[in-house]
Design a protein. Structure first.
Length: 359
């Protein structure tokens, strides 16, 4: 193990002792914000320190095995013990390297998931509905909360655009690589000749911005328009100006929300989506400036980047960024995304480790 890595692990071990002492103080809960911050820091550090302690213990086992090698009567047993502890040390060091990788500060945040129909007309809108269902099922499997924030429904079903808020543990970490263009190849129900059509949808996954986040929105930079809601909605439609459209003048970002009967609640939801979009712009700009990040799975962050193809006739799904093909399309569309998501995370970690090794 490199000395710099061991020093970092020892620092974290000492920090865990400090945090435990602070949290055990009778007055620790007097400042709940500080208590929460320390508890979160402890939760991040503890698995690293636990693995490091296992590494130190295994080093002691290695010394014992080396002592056995010097004893003719125990040499055979010592050789077996030495190899076992050597393999264990290598495995633990690899785990520790991953645990020490820089954490994305947004990983534990909830997200705003935007799905927009692209090329392909009605079929694209139907696929947008299928993608929303896929992500909703995946969220349910992870016990995340899903709230539909805004919809623009298609006349034959599906969506021209839909925005959902997904909240829970590690949502952004698991979904952040879903941003990009998703291509579907299948025979539309309206296709009499049985020909396969190709259409696309774009997906944007944006971490939710904190109320006290660095995203500052000057009210003078906003144009707020109200209008009557459209689409299916019974007597409420076209009777009150409850729908809200907010334009952020400096960037040209436009957010609409009309799903709630209350203009106030629509405005509140739209402001939260706007904050997430502006935060997302900052993230993309930062990635564009950092060459190593541009090489990672996040790519350029360009929404036009084709990331995945869903081929229904062959029951095949292909992620083009990591050259992964799986013949389990039906399961994926039912929300079984774990294998795909984990493969993307593993590849991202491998890229981070390679970048560290080069550095």
């Amino acid at each position: 193990m490199k000395e710099s890595m061991r020093n970092r692990l020892e620092q974290l071990s000492h920090r865990l002792i400090e945090i435990d002492a602070l949290l055990s103080d009778p007055d620790a809960t007097a400042d709940m914000d500080n208590f929460t911050r320390l508890s979160r820091e402890r939760a991040e550090i503890e698995p690293v320190v636990t693995n490091f302690q296992s590494y130190v213990d295994t080093e002691q086992d290695m010394l014992t095995a080396q002592e056995m090698l010097r004893d003719p009567e125990l040499k055979e047993l010592g050789e077996e013990e030495y190899q076992t502890t050597k393999d264990r040390l290598e495995a633990l060091e690899s785990e520790l390297q991953i645990l020490l990788l820089p954490k994305d500060p947004d990983d534990e945040r909830g997200v705003y998931l935007e799905i927009r129909a692209g090329a392909g007309g009605d079929e694209s809108a139907l696929f947008a509905g299928d993608l929303l269902r896929m992500y909703t099922r995946y969220a349910e499997n992870n016990r995340w909360q899903v709230e539909i924030v805004s919809t623009s429904a298609s006349e034959i079903g599906g969506y021209k655009e839909v925005i959902a808020r997904i909240d829970g543990d590690g949502v952004y970490e698991r979904l952040k690589f879903e941003s990009g263009t998703h291509r579907v190849q299948r025979v539309p129900e309206t296709e009499a000749q049985g020909r396969v059509h190709t259409s696309t949808c774009t997906v944007a996954v944006m971490p939710e911005a904190d109320e006290l986040d660095e995203i500052e929105i000057n009210p003078a930079d906003l144009r707020v328009d109200t209008f009557r809601a459209s689409g299916a909605g019974g007597q409420h439609v076209n009777k009150t100006d409850s729908a809200v459209r907010i334009t952020h003048l400096p960037t040209g970002v436009v957010v609409e929300c009309q799903d709630d009967r209350s203009q106030h609640r629509n405005r509140e939801k739209a402001m939260k989506v706007l904050a997430a979009r502006l935060k997302d712009q900052q993230v993309q700009e930062m990635q564009a400036q950092e060459a190593e990040q541009r090489k990672s799975l996040v790519g350029t962050g360009d929404r036009s980047e084709r990331i995945r193809t869903y081929n229904f006739p062959q029951g095949r799904i292909t992620d083009h960024r990591i050259n992964l093909t799986m013949h389990k399309l039906n399961l994926v569309m039912e929300g079984d995304l774990d294998e795909l998501v984990q493969a993307l995370l593993n590849e991202h970690q491998a890229a981070q480790l390679a970048a560290l090794a080069e550095g």
